[in-house]
Design a protein around this ligand. Structure first.
Ligand SMILES: [Zn+2]
Length: 259
């Protein structure tokens, strides 16, 4: 596997492309916040990305998860084995991270949809990085939706339930950026589309809710989208939401335009 691609997108804010999935690094002094943590096999790439921005992996002070899918929390247990730090996520996602409830999208879908057209190569690569592993985080904690966190970047959790029942985006106010996870992506492994879009419905727990969840992004004071898959999107977030909805509607053949 080639190394991670690290792009500074704002002061103290970096989008890292791990190859199949992204994570975000936010720094403040020596402290490093990780938003999402790739697949289990991404642990070395996460370390490398932290070193590439002049920090050390032992400077991680916390992890925020957009959702408890193996492709987004995969390396957390390995990172926690080295030193403790809080792992926070939407209250509805905590039981999945703890292994008390099944993931409603993602890893199971990865296996289930292994042989869908265009998905095989991604699936095999993801499986090589541990996509079929059962990742559990017994210490996962619930954040308070909407309440700013005392972590680098002062992130504000923005619930965007739909892709999973507890999916959460994070506004980074100083960066004018929103980390959207799989609520809004700009590329998806099984799709040939580029630009703002939702993951294919088959990968979401509630595809209709995932479309409506985009409402939560509209009022945010941000002009930069940092997605869980694909490159960053710089521009109007409402325009990105509109485009993603149009594409979702075209794919579904129904009408769920912006409310
Ligand atoms: Zn994903």
């Amino acid at each position: 596997m080639s190394g991670p691609s690290v792009c500074q997108v704002a002061t103290n804010t970096y989008l890292v492309d791990g190859g199949l999935v992204n994570w975000v690094l936010v720094t403040e002094g020596d402290a490093v916040l990780l938003i999402d943590a790739g697949l289990p096999g991404h642990r070395r790439a996460i370390d490398e990305s932290i070193r590439m921005i002049g920090h050390r992996p032992d400077e991680i002070v916390g992890i925020l998860a957009t959702h408890a899918n193996v492709a987004h929390i995969g390396a957390v247990p390995q990172l926690l084995r080295r030193h403790p730090f809080p792992v926070l996520m939407d209250p509805a996602e905590v039981s999945v991270a703890k292994g008390e409830r099944l993931d409603t999208s993602g890893s199971s879908s990865t296996v289930r949809n292994l042989f869908r057209p265009g998905h095989l190569r991604w699936s095999l690569a993801a499986l090589r990085l541990g996509a079929s592993e059962s990742v559990r985080i017994p210490t996962a904690q619930a954040l308070v939706p909407g309440r700013q966190l005392d972590l680098p970047g002062r992130p504000v959790p923005v619930p965007t339930h739909g892709h999973t029942s507890g999916h959460c985006a994070y506004l980074l106010p100083d960066a004018g950026a929103v980390v959207t996870g799989d609520a809004l992506v700009t590329r998806y492994p099984s799709s040939t589309l580029w630009g703002p879009q939702l993951p294919p419905p088959v990968f979401s727990a509630d595809p209709t809710e995932a479309v409506y969840a985009l409402d939560a992004l509209l009022p945010l004071d941000a002009d930069l989208v940092l997605p869980g898959h694909g490159t960053s999107y710089c521009g109007s977030v409402p325009d990105a939401v509109d485009l993603a909805r149009e594409r979702a509607n075209a794919a579904a053949g129904n009408s769920t335009r912006r409310r």
